[in-house]
Design a protein around this ligand. Structure first.
Ligand code: NAP
Length: 483
């Protein structure tokens, strides 16, 4: 079982109090590195969610000044910095990613709170220079009501930081539901919010438990006016349907199927290094991980060899071991999906450059999947159509720029894409034709707090981060004033 000074309670948090489940139910949290039970945390339902929404709504009656909000945000940055090691350890234990990487995620999370602290003045009322209709026009940025914030397991603190930072900047109270697979990092965050930040009661609330019950309660509650969700496209579509009657405002950060294009004039070593950092972060379980590698036929073999050589050096193991590069997949389902994708591709003619045969992995107990590189992948294989969410590098070949663009866009997703080319002309022609919200040009980097990030098409709508994200939890109210 986990022991941590940041986990004095294993409960939700409603109206400023640690709160257990009404019926005493609990849910089990396991360590994906070895299957051990880490904790039994309160598993809440509709009644607790209802009370959390009521607490958030009451907090709307106590508006905070921009200076107060800035101070909260700064205090959170400090609290995260002071506790990065312990937060990172909890995160590694429940998610599996290497401890160093987990601490990097805490830093990433702190960046969102810092950015919002530095830019909260953007939310000051704006008086128009013009005086149309003989009036003075003021644009106010009001709290958007009660926000429901739903987050996935793959970045247990990074994803909530994007949402909570902007919600606090907007003074919009929230009800947070983390993934049942990784609630401990969120509980630890609430410990810090209570101890170090002293937010007013109800300003942010935590409910943990079955997603269907809590999700439905939030969708059906008219007091919840904004819903910000990061997770799979399937659940995102469900939320659109369930909130349509109340015309709730949604921000949806959904799944991806990122192409990584390598043109024949690319610096292959730089492309391979960037692909490694991009692809194997979180064990390949990020929405911005390259899912399809599209290489020009003339460089595809050389590129595959460079990637395989690097992949063979990666150490797979328990994230708490100091030399681990890749941890386990989140659970057995995640592991089986990767295996299924490798099996399907090989059955359809793909060639394994490195990794193990899926048959040999049959009896492996848990979530450790070896980094695997495949060549000769084609568009109808599962790994080209679905997010693999694991350490698989499937390489496809193209012969022309036109074909590269067509293949890259051959997906209903539109989150992230990457291209490597030595030619600015090629990049200038290709980038505007890619239907992805984030396009890395000679870099595999993902989002950063300073820039807006979000998807096109079925990867969702809305943006988090940057100035665009700062406005995610405000309602705009325009007040013309006559003489
Ligand atoms: P998920 O199954 O959709 O779950 C996401 C969150 O929604 C979890 O808290 C989950 O709770 C909850 N949930 C599940 N069913 C729900 C329902 N019917 N109503 C309300 N909430 C519900 O996704 P995941 O497996 O955790 O995360 C992986 C996915 O997230 C991938 O597709 C990835 O690409 C995407 N993602 C996107 C971004 C982005 O920025 N676009 C970032 C990160 C991840 P439980 O865990 O308790 O079931």
């Amino acid at each position: 079982m986990i022991e941590s000074p940041l986990l004095p309670e294993l409960k939700g948090y409603i109206g400023g109090d640690w709160t257990g489940a009404d019926g005493g139910d609990t849910l089990a949290v396991h360590n994906p590195a070895n299957g051990e039970l880490l904790a039994e945390v309160a598993s809440m339902g509709r009644a607790e969610t209802d009370r959390a929404v009521a607490a958030a709504q009451a907090a709307l009656n106590e508006p905070a000044s921009l200076d107060t909000r800035r101070q909260w945000l700064r205090d959170i940055v400090q609290a995260l910095q002071d506790n990065r090691e312990e937060l990172g350890r909890i995160l590694t234990l429940e998610h599996g990613k290497p401890w160093k990487e987990a601490q990097g995620e805490v830093d990433y999370a702190a960046g969102f709170f810092r950015y919002c602290a530095e830019h909260v003045d953007e939310l000051k009322p704006r008086v128009l220079e013009e005086r149309p209709k003989d009036c003075t026009w003021t644009v106010h940025f009001r709290p958007a009501g009660v926000a429901a914030l739903l987050t996935p397991w793959n970045f247990p603190i990074g994803m909530i930081a994007k949402k909570l930072s902007a919600a606090l900047a907007a003074d919009t109270p929230s009800v947070i539901k983390p993934s049942s697979k990784t609630p401990l990092t969120m509980i630890a965050l609430f410990t810090l919010l209570e101890r170090e930040v002293k937010l007013p009661r109800g300003k942010t609330n935590l409910v943990i438990g079955p997603a269907g019950t809590i999700g439905d309660a939030l969708c059906e509650d008219p007091r919840v006016t904004v819903m910000s969700f990061t997770g799979s496209t399937g659940v995102g579509k469900d939320l659109i349907r369930k909130t349509a009657d109340q015309v709730k405002r949604l921000t949806l950060e959904l799944g991806g199927n990122a192409p990584f294009l390598v043109f024949e004039d690319a610096d292959l070593d730089a492309a391979a290094d960037n692909l490694m950092a991009n692809k194997f972060r979180g064990g390949g379980q990020t929405c911005v991980c390259s899912n399809r590698i599209l290489a020009h036929r003339s460089v595809s073999q050389a590129f595959a060899d460079k990637v395989a050589e690097r992949a063979n050096r990666l150490k797979v193991g328990d994230g708490l071991e100091p030399d681990t590069d890749i941890g386990p997949l989140i659970d057995r389902n995640g592991y089986q999906k990767v295996r299924r994708h490798v099996r399907d591709a090989m059955d359809k003619g793909a060639e394994r450059v490195t990794g193990q045969d899926p048959g040999e992995l049959e009896n492996d107990w848990g979530g450790y999947h070896p980094p695997t590189v495949l060549r000769g992948v084609t568009g109808e294989m599962l790994c080209a159509r679905e997010e693999t969410f694991g350490p698989l590098v499937p390489i496809m070949e193209f012969d022309s720029e036109e074909e590269a663009v067509t293949m890259a866009n051959d997906t209903e997703f539109g989150l992230a894409a990457y291209l490597f080319t030595g030619s600015d002309e090629v990049a200038g022609r290709v980038i505007p034709r890619l239907h992805f919200g984030h396009v890395g040009h000679n870099t595999g980097t993902g989002p950063t707090p300073e820039a807006p990030f979000g998807g096109m098409l079925e990867s969702g709508y809305g943006r988090e981060g940057g100035l665009e994200g700062l406005f995610d939890f405000v309602e705009v109210q325009t007040v013309p004033r006559g003489a």
